[in-house]
Design a protein around this ligand. Sequence first.
Ligand SMILES: Nc1nc2c(ncn2[C@@H]2O[C@H](COP(=O)(O)OP(=O)(O)OP(=O)(O)O)[C@@H](O)[C@H]2O)c(=O)[nH]1
Ligand SMILES: [Mg+2]
Length: 302
Amino acid sequence: MTAETNRWPHGKVGVVAIVGRPNVGKSTFLNQALGYHLTAVTNRPQTTRKHWRGFLSTDDGQIIFVDTPGIHKEQDELGKSMLFSVHGAMKDADAVLCICDPTRNPGREDNLVIERTAKSKVPVLLVMNKADVADAEQQEASRAAYRAGLPDLRGEYLVSAKTGDGVPELLQATRDLLPEGPFLFPADELSDSYERDIGAELIREAAMELLYDEVPHCLAVQIDEWKETEKGPNIMATLLVETESQKAIVIGKQGSVISKIRKNAQARLKDNVEGTPRLALYVKVSPSWRNRRTTLRELGLS
Ligand SMILES: Nc1nc2c(ncn2[C@@H]2O[C@H](COP(=O)(O)OP(=O)(O)OP(=O)(O)O)[C@@H](O)[C@H]2O)c(=O)[nH]1
Ligand SMILES: [Mg+2]
C-alpha cells in the first residue's frame, strides 16, 4: 500500500436513494444537502426525469445521494424510463429516504410510493418535508398514512428542504445507517454528472418556470455545443417541443419568451460554471419525442 492510498479517507459510506411522489421536494432537499444547485427544481410535478447522483463528503463519511423522478402512474415511454430509474436507484441503495409532502392530503400517488418503498430491503427513513408551511394536522395525516404502510421505518424526520431546518439532523441519522468503508469518490467531487448535463437541466428549469399548461412536460433540452473559452463556455442548446403551437409559445411574440428564458438560464449557468457563459438557444419540433426510444436515449433519458 502506498502513502497515497493510506490517505484515502474512510468513514460511513454508502448510496442513499431519495424517493417520493412528484413535487414533494426531493431535488430541493438534495440541492440543500449539497449546498449546490445540481438538479432542477420547479413547482410542476415530474420535473426530475432521470436519476442524478450528488456526493456529500464530510470528515466522518460520504453519502452518495441519488435524486430520483417522482413515482407516478406512467403514461408514456418517458414515464416508463423514469420509473425504471427509480427502481434501479432503490435496488442499488444502502438506505432510502422516503420524502412526503404533508401539505397535500395522502392519496393515490402516496400509496404507489408506499407500495414500492415497502419492498425495499434496506433501512428507510420517513422525511416529512415542507415543515415551514405544513400545519400539525397535515403532518399527522401524512405520518399516519406512511406509518401504516411502512411498519419497519427506521426513523421519522420533519424538515424544510427550502429553509434547511431539520436537515443536519436528518443527514446525521442517514450517515449513521451506512456501513464503514473507504470513500467511493474523491472528497472534493460533488457529482459524477457532466457539466453540460447539469447545464441542460438549468436551462430546462428556467424554461419550465416561464411556461404553462402542458408545455413544460413536452419540453426537453439538448446541448448542441459546449465550447470552453478563456472568458467562459460558449453554449448552443436546442429546446425540443412536440408541436408547432408549442414552438410558437416557447418563442413568444417577437421572441419575447425565448429571450427571457435565455436571460434567466444564462444567469443560472453563471452560478454553476467558471467565467461568464454565453448561451444561444434554438427551438425545434420533435413530434412525440416522449414516446420515441431513440430520442430518449439521445437525451440520456433511457
Ligand atoms: N415551502 C416549501 N416548499 C418546498 C420545500 N421543498 C420543496 N419545495 C417546493 O416544492 C416544489 C417542488 O420541489 P422539487 O424539489 O422540484 O420536488 P421534486 O420532489 O424533486 O419533484 P419531481 O422532480 O417533479 O418529482 C418547488 O416549488 C419547491 O420550491 C419546502 O421545504 N418548503
Ligand atoms: Mg425532482
